[in-house]
Design a protein around this ligand. Structure first.
Ligand code: SF4
Length: 518
């Protein structure tokens, strides 16, 4: 094997380069041959640390990255396997993790995943039994188990982040979730796609401010008019191409395909030297589907350009309409403590009243440190043993929660982690640890007419000065064995995630990052 991703990332003098391969829905054929050829050419070139392989991109079925990765790794190229939570429940996830260990592939990019796409007979069931944070916890705890047996830790997971969010709630929701992911065990960060240099800088500065000390790798994509159009339309969750940039690219390619291609390579190289100058530890090149020559050209151009990286900053100035940045412009690259642009958001009257009522109820009835906790425990024990009492309480709980939360009766309530909103009914991916990367100008990736539940949670928590709570502690996954039971009784009898899975919460709180907004 020519290079090793983990060794390269551990070497502060080495600028890491990876390339994304996208298998298609076939087990053999042109797309698979091309992926092998690209990986082989990368191996011969010797400048890439690894290739990364996508996991059913867009939610549509394709050859398993584990299989393709194994073949590529056997040929000598290191691989990073994308691992999403969309298609399998936690048993399937754990089984796949064991499979990767057996196959000798430790490098993982842990993702919540895009929403389900279409497969055999129509759209697949969106599973999302875990989210990226709990997935990272799973890998970390599997590593701990190995250590306890006297073995080396095996898994080396990383995570994704989308700094290209243009409203305050979404931007902070991303950075808070990043804190959770890193405290859950992410060893490195890979950005989503975007073309605004100030947002790239924002992430590096946030890492300093929140003390998120893991290397960041920036995504660099070879933009063609077609891919730019798709990204501009919002069809690729989290990827952002401004209308002005789309126009520019369309004009470049209209002159001639050759001119358009060269402009695309040059743009990729310019953005790559900018992120290197800003302090990123590597780049992740995507959008190269035919020939490795393109990657070689980008890397050659980088060599020529890197000393003048600041000259290109003005070419990557693409704020979106909402235009929110966490830091002021012209931030010094090396500044460590700078003011965060954080305004206390004002949720509307309904949101404030709803939050106030549920928060008051939580404080009064659902705290283990409350002086009445013992009384509630005894009361719930009695109700639990009495059929009539149990059904009466269940009818009351279901009615109350249906009206206020559109409750799905999961029995393992998580509203206290989401600003007193229901993660089961209000988030199509049921995320309990923070926003996925798919929201756009505050709206949900799946239901584009609705606000993302994490956008609303930020507004509600921020209005009471509690927004930073979104960054702390990771929330264990929902306990399906409690489905359709009383979450009130489950809490007081310590049957729910807060008691049973407290080892997960404890694990994440050891490395919790420090977030201060005020
Ligand atoms: S988290 Fe579960 S119990 Fe709580 S409101 Fe949502 S569905 Fe109901």
């Amino acid at each position: 094997m020519s290079r090793n991703f983990q060794n390269d990332l551990a070497d502060p003098d080495h600028f890491v380069v990876t390339m994304e391969l996208v298998p298609k829905g076939e087990s053999a054929g042109r797309s698979i041959d091309t992926a092998h050829r690209l990986a082989n050419d990368a191996l011969i070139d010797g400048r890439l640390s690894a290739v990364t392989i996508t996991d059913n991109p867009g939610g549509n079925p394709s050859l398993s990255p584990d299989v393709l990765g194994r073949e590529i790794q056997t040929n000598g190229m290191d691989v990073i396997i994308h691992f999403t939570c969309r298609d399998t429940n936690r048993a399937g996830v754990e089984s796949r993790a064991l499979q990767l260990k057996r196959m000798g592939m430790p490098n993982i990019l842990a993702l919540t995943g895009d929403y389900s796409g279409k497969g055999f007979g129509g759209q697949g069931a969106p599973v999302f039994d875990l989210d990226s944070s709990s997935l990272l916890c799973l890998f970390s705890m599997m590593n701990e188990k190995s250590r306890a047996r006297g073995e080396e830790k095996f898994y080396y997971p990383g995570c994704a982040i989308s700094p290209f969010k243009w409203t305050e709630p979404e931007a902070f929701a991303q950075y808070f979730k990043l804190c959770k992911k890193v405290s859950s065990g992410a060893n490195y960060i890979v950005t989503q796609l975007g073309y605004d240099a100030r947002k790239f800088q924002e992430l590096i500065q946030i890492q300093k401010q929140f003390q998120i000390n893991v290397p960041a790798i920036a995504s660099i994509f070879l933009l063609t008019p077609r891919t730019a159009r798709v990204m501009n339309s919002g069809r690729i969750p989290g990827a952002v191409v401004h209308a002005r940039l789309l126009k520019k690219i369309t004009q470049e390619w209209a002159t001639s395909k050759r001119a358009g291609y060269h402009a695309a390579v040059e743009r990729a190289a310019k953005l790559a030297v900018i992120v290197k100058g800003l302090g990123y530890r590597g780049i992740h090149i995507g959008g190269v589907h035919r020939s490795f020559k393109t990657v070689g050209l980008i890397l050659d151009h980088m060599k020529e350009m890197e000393h003048n990286w600041q000259d290109y900053l003005c070419e990557f100035d693409y704020p979106q309409s909402e235009n929110f940045y966490v830091f002021d412009k012209n931030l010094e690259k090396d500044s460590t403590e700078v003011a965060i642009n954080h305004t206390t958001k004002t949720a509307n009257l309904y949101q404030r009243a709803h939050f106030g009522l549920l928060n008051a109820m939580h404080e009064a009835f659902f705290r283990f440190d409350s002086p009445h906790a013992g009384f509630f425990n005894r009361l719930c024990k009695r109700i639990d043993q009495n059929r009539f009492g149990f059904h009466a309480l269940k009818i009351l709980e279901d009615g109350f929660k249906k009206v206020l939360l559109s409750c799905r009766q999961c029995g393992d309530c998580g509203i206290q982690h989401v600003g007193y909103l229901c993660p089961e009914s209000k988030c199509p991916k049921h995320t309990r640890n923070g926003a996925c990367g798919g929201s756009r100008l505050g709206k949900c990736e799946v239901h584009k007419d609705r606000y993302c539940v994490w956008y609303l949670a930020y507004m509600r928590l921020s209005a009471t000065g509690r927004a930073a709570e979104m960054a702390t502690g990771c929330v264990p996954p929902r306990m399906w064995e409690l489905n359709k039971t009383s979450s009130w009784i489950n809490f007081h009898l310590q049957r729910d995630h807060q008691s049973v899975s407290s080892n997960i919460t404890r694990f994440c709180s050891i490395n919790a990052c420090r977030v201060k907004l005020d």
